[in-house]
Ligand binder design. Structure first.
Ligand code: HEC
Ligand code: HEC
Ligand code: HEC
Ligand code: HEC
Ligand code: HEC
Ligand code: HEC
Ligand code: HEC
Ligand code: HEC
Ligand code: HEC
Ligand code: HEC
Length: 316
């Protein structure tokens, strides 16, 4: 990746030429730069001499605002907001004289980005979430130099593009989305980030939140939100994934069990051992003859399984 871009940027053949130019007129160039920038900085024009295509591309990048904006403090030298002072490197053209975020430890690379992005709401929990803990730096999802279709995980990106990126590391999760009952991520109608905030959130597993701290499921399934006069306790207290597999399932309605009755009886039976979810509901009254198929279709009668405003038994 590096060599091909650099070849096209003419960096490979420019240095000798430049050194020649410096040798020919040493004083003038440096005098000018010293007056314009703080010590050690070279300015973007200098980078452009050897990295022309990078600089051209950069004009379409949101970070280009740093280059043109007086107030943010990086006018005409914004390459160096991420790469550090570049005067020495501009002279030597040596890789070791310039900061490449990809070569830093993840936590150090992130600090560079967060020096500007820490205050955005997106960054809530960033430092505690799984990505930060497991050393998945900003640059593993954001390719800051690419634009358009190649730019990874940028907000202008299509759903399919974001999914592809997440799936690249989370292959097991993506496999679940190949099951018959699932949200339509394959079709590019939804994306992982409809449910997860990759930067972290206040909920476990980076679940995106709506209405303060509720799971984002309610953004699309608002009819399940309530509050109901008669809540079904696990919906409110344990959350949707007690009964549903959010990444897709072989079972209809993305349930965790193939037969609905078995799902219900996990909590509504005289159990010898505690239910898997650790909560017991009441035992169905005796009219329920569970040997008969009719009585095993629990949700045919208990239609308001997520909560009801009229029926304590969640019947309607
Ligand atoms: C005199 C030409 C020249 C100038 C001016 C120049 N570079 Fe470079 N730059 C190069 C060359 C050549 C390489 C490849 C070095 C290598 O791979 O050994 C390079 C590599 C880099 C790298 C990658 C380093 C790595 O670890 O792989 C970064 C980042 C970089 N330059 C940023 C900049 C920035 C920012 C500026 C302006 C402040 C700048 N360069 C100015 C010639 C230049
Ligand atoms: C927002 C931070 C940021 C800004 C601003 C930025 N860079 Fe980079 N740059 C990076 C990161 C991160 C990498 C590591 C590779 C990547 O993610 O694309 C990188 C890689 C590079 C490389 C390595 C070679 C390559 O292309 O893979 C060069 C050269 C480079 N940048 C030059 C520049 C120049 C010139 C500018 C100004 C026009 C600039 N950068 C502005 C963050 C930045
Ligand atoms: C010197 C401050 C600064 C640094 C350092 C910085 N950014 Fe930014 N970043 C900005 C600004 C300013 C914007 C534009 C915000 C806007 O559009 O209002 C931006 C925008 C972005 C965007 C949105 C781009 C888009 O097209 O939607 C992403 C993603 C981003 N930055 C990632 C990064 C990453 C990753 C790093 C570290 C490699 C980084 N930034 C470092 C200031 C910075
Ligand atoms: C696991 C992948 C991933 C990581 C790691 C990641 N991001 Fe993002 N980021 C995304 C995605 C995906 C989006 C697009 C927003 C969406 O789809 O919800 C985004 C959007 C953004 C935006 C643009 C949103 C806006 O406010 O305009 C910024 C800025 C940003 N990220 C900065 C960062 C910074 C800084 C880091 C590192 C501290 C980082 N990201 C780490 C995936 C990631
Ligand atoms: C570069 C690889 C990589 C990419 C790309 C990536 N992840 Fe991750 N993700 C990880 C690693 C590593 C972990 C930590 C695994 C662990 O702790 O068990 C993780 C953890 C998570 C977690 C669990 C977080 C927690 O705190 O428990 C979620 C949710 C997640 N990723 C979602 C996403 C989404 C959504 C995307 C796309 C925007 C994405 N990931 C892209 C590597 C990646
Ligand atoms: C419909 C919403 C939804 C979508 C879409 C979604 N997730 Fe999740 N994800 C969840 C929920 C809810 C959990 C928490 C499950 C639990 O409680 O154990 C979760 C958990 C995770 C975890 C934690 C580990 C695990 O296996 O439970 C990872 C990693 C993850 N998701 C990655 C992804 C990726 C990658 C995508 C896109 C390919 C994605 N998710 C799409 C809702 C979603
Ligand atoms: C971005 C909107 C959106 C979000 C967020 C969302 N869903 Fe959905 N969900 C849908 C749509 C649309 C359908 C209809 C199925 C389809 O896409 O074909 C659906 C269907 C379902 C189904 C029924 C599947 C079937 O086979 O009938 C369940 C169960 C479900 N979602 C649970 C959840 C859970 C749990 C969450 C949160 C972890 C969630 N959804 C988050 C949009 C969403
Ligand atoms: C106690 C188990 C349980 C919990 C918890 C639960 N569901 Fe359901 N859900 C079901 C059952 C059972 C069905 C199938 C109903 C049927 O057969 O008609 C279902 C069906 C659905 C459907 C598709 C049919 C419809 O009514 O739209 C959606 C969407 C859905 N659930 C979303 C959610 C969301 C969102 C949550 C979390 C707020 C949630 N569920 C929590 C058991 C549960
Ligand atoms: C994770 C455990 C769990 C699962 C799974 C579950 N329930 Fe419940 N359910 C409860 C709890 C706890 C209560 C509240 C019991 C109480 O307040 O005494 C409850 C309440 C009820 C009630 C209201 C009557 C009562 O006892 O208060 C009905 C009816 C009901 N559940 C039916 C179902 C059906 C049908 C299913 C399967 C679709 C199901 N439940 C799945 C735990 C569960
Ligand atoms: C043919 C319809 C029907 C089917 C099928 C059915 N139930 Fe019921 N269930 C009822 C009726 C009617 C009541 C009494 C409701 C009342 O007292 O308001 C009831 C009561 C209950 C109660 C106690 C409610 C309370 O208010 O105390 C529970 C728990 C329950 N059912 C669970 C289940 C489970 C679990 C299944 C599936 C294995 C199931 N039911 C299947 C009709 C049905």
């Amino acid at each position: 990746m590096v060599p091909s871009r650099l070849i096209s940027s003419r960096a490979v053949w420019l240095p000798p030429l430049l050194l020649f130019a410096w040798a020919a007129m040493p004083g003038a160039l440096f005098a000018q730069e010293e007056s314009q920038f703080p010590p050690g900085y070279a300015g973007t024009e200098s980078c452009a001499m050897c990295h022309e295509d990078v600089v051209e591309n950069y004009k379409k990048n949101r970070h280009y605002r740093l280059e043109t904006n007086e107030k943010r403090g990086w006018k005409d030298r914004s390459c160096e907001s991420c790469h550090g002072p570049g005067a020495k490197h501009s002279e030597s053209a040596a890789a070791e004289d310039i900061r490449n975020p990809l070569k830093l430890k993840a936590v150090d690379a992130d600090q560079g980005c967060l020096s500007c992005h820490r205050n955005q709401p997106l960054q809530i929990g960033r430092l505690q979430n799984g990505h930060a803990r497991s050393q998945t730096p900003c640059t593993s999802c954001h390719n800051v130099h690419e634009t358009g279709a190649k730019a990874t995980a940028v907000i202008h990106q299509t759903a399919a593009g974001v999914n592809q990126q997440c799936a690249g590391c989370h292959t097991d999760i993506w496999a679940s989305f190949q099951k018959p009952h699932r949200h339509r991520l394959n079709e590019g109608v939804m994306k992982c980030t409809d449910c997860h905030n990759p930067h972290g959130s206040n909920l476990a597993r980076n679940i995106r939140t709506v209405h303060a701290n509720e799971p984002n499921c309610f953004k699309c399934h608002s009819d399940k939100r309530g509050p109901f006069v008669f809540e079904h306790a696990p919906v409110r207290n344990q959350g949707c994934s007690t009964c549903h597999e959010p990444h897709g399932s072989s079972n209809p309605r993305m349930l965790t069990r193939h037969e609905v009755a078995n799902q219900c009886l996990e909590c509504h039976a005289n159990l010898l051992s505690p239910s898997p979810a650790g909560v017991a509901g009441g035992v169905p009254p005796a009219i329920h003859d569970l040997r008969q198929p009719r009585w095993r279709q629990c949700t045919l009668c208990h239609q308001k399984i997520h909560g009801s405003n009229v029926s304590r038994g969640l019947l309607r």
